[in-house]
Design a protein around this ligand. Structure first.
Ligand SMILES: NC(=O)c1ccc[n+]([C@@H]2O[C@H](COP(=O)([O-])OP(=O)(O)OC[C@H]3O[C@@H](n4cnc5c(N)ncnc54)[C@H](O)[C@@H]3O)[C@@H](O)[C@H]2O)c1
Ligand SMILES: [Zn+2]
Ligand SMILES: [Zn+2]
Length: 351
């Protein structure tokens, strides 16, 4: 088969590799119909994730059909159309039983690490992929949900919802600010509405993304990086700050911004992946009675989010801005890698 193989920092190629085979009775093999690229793949290609070693097939999102099932798999069969979750979950370890799939103790990839695809085991940017713990890590896709909609449930929508909205404790009437209107921030914006947020303020440096955020449910937008950004946000509240600020960028500045606009008693939900040391100003924050949360997505809300997509309550289809075929993989990376110029959000790469 063909797959997108990491060759070390800055090196990737769409080349022939051996087909994956069943290794454990709980595995299945999926023939990918549609896959995509995540910002994390760009980090890996910069060499920021040293655990990814040359020869690894990248990708942790995808939709496809099952071509082979392991001997102990009973609730899935050949031909089933499935969403591949970005997080492995054995379903039986202590962490999985708490819904903390992100820390699944199953030893596939590494015990305690849920994100293994395209990281510690071969991923989904390929014609076929081996899925461990398939019964608990795959979700059957109803016929009424398109591949592209299903693809947004591998990572983006569960991440924005679980780590942004749920951990942020959004409740009816809240003013919610989302810093960073990339795919993850937009997913947080779209799902904050589910809990009846009164205002959802999108904050970004990119005017195109701010415009896009309104299609996902942002009621207000603020251009970041200006002298007045904070005053503009505060004016959208009762003066005390937002109830929930969600950080969906992953740099020190935006985490600090999130802590500066939250009201006393409010929540700061950090979603961004940070590669650099981030200051936490406890000397001024300790007195604010705020909650700060963070974490890796569990993807245990996937079945619920899937129902909402099926009933057209979430605009997942609006996330895909560019479409490619497998033989255009390198072009897809180029377009996604220049998102500010190309206005790409998610690229769908289909067979
Ligand atoms: N916690 C998790 O489980 C998890 C899972 C997936 C992704 N993530 C992380 O979520 C973050 C967002 O992912 P994405 O795919 O949407 O990324 P992205 O790069 O597409 O979007 C980030 C957005 O932030 C904006 N931005 C940059 N600097 C800014 C600033 N100073 N002020 C305001 N906006 C600014 C950019 O213009 C961009 O629109 C990343 O850090 C990603 O690694 C976390
Ligand atoms: Zn991802
Ligand atoms: Zn587990």
């Amino acid at each position: 088969m063909k797959a997108l193989v990491y060759g070390g920092p800055g090196i990737k190629s769409w080349i022939d590799v051996p087909d994956p085979v069943i290794q454990n009775p709980t595995d299945v093999i999926v023939r990918l119909d549609t896959t995509t690229i995540c910002g994390t793949d760009l980090h890996i290609l910069k060499g920021d994730v040293p655990a990814v070693t040359p020869g690894r097939i990248l990708g942790h999102e995808g939709v496809g059909k099952i071509t082979e099932v392991g001997s102990s798999v009973t609730n899935l069969k050949v031909g089933d159309r499935v969403i591949i979750s970005c997080i492995k979950s054995c379903g039986s370890c202590a962490n999985c039983k708490m819904g903390l799939y992100s820390h699944c103790l199953g030893d596939e990839g590494a015990s305690g690490i849920g994100w293994v695809f395209g990281h510690l085991i071969d991923g989904t940017q390929a014609e076929y992929v081996r899925v461990p713990y398939a019964e608990n890590s795959l979700y059957k896709l109803p016929a009424s949900v398109t591949d592209e909609e299903g693809l947004m449930l591998s990572d983006i929508f569960p991440t924005g919802f679980e780590i942004g909205v749920q951990y942020g404790g959004v409740k009816p009437g809240d003013v919610v600010a989302v810093i960073g209107a990339g795919p993850v921030g937009l997913a947080a914006i779209a799902t904050a509405g589910l809990y009846g947020a009164a205002k959802i303020i999108a904050i970004d440096l990119d005017l195109n993304r701010l415009e896009k955020s309104r299609e996902f449910g942002a009621t207000d937008t603020v251009l970041s990086g200006t002298a007045t950004w904070k005053a503009e946000v505060m004016a959208m509240t009762d003066g005390a700050g937002v109830d929930v600020s969600i950080e969906a960028v992953g740099v020190p500045t935006t985490f600090t911004m999130a802590t500066e606009i939250v009201r006393p008693g409010g929540h700061v939900a950090n979603v961004g992946v940070h590669g650099k040391e981030v200051p936490l100003h406890l000397e001024s924050l300790w007195i604010q009675n705020i909650f700060i949360s963070m974490g890796l997505v569990n993807t245990n809300t996937t079945p619920m989010l899937l129902k909402l997509i099926e009933s057209k309550k979430l605009p997942a289809h609006k996330m895909v801005t560019h479409r490619f075929t497998f033989d255009q993989f390198m072009e897809a990376y180029d377009t996604f890698g220049r998102a500010a110029e190309t206005k790409a959000l998610k690229v769908a790469i289909a067979r």
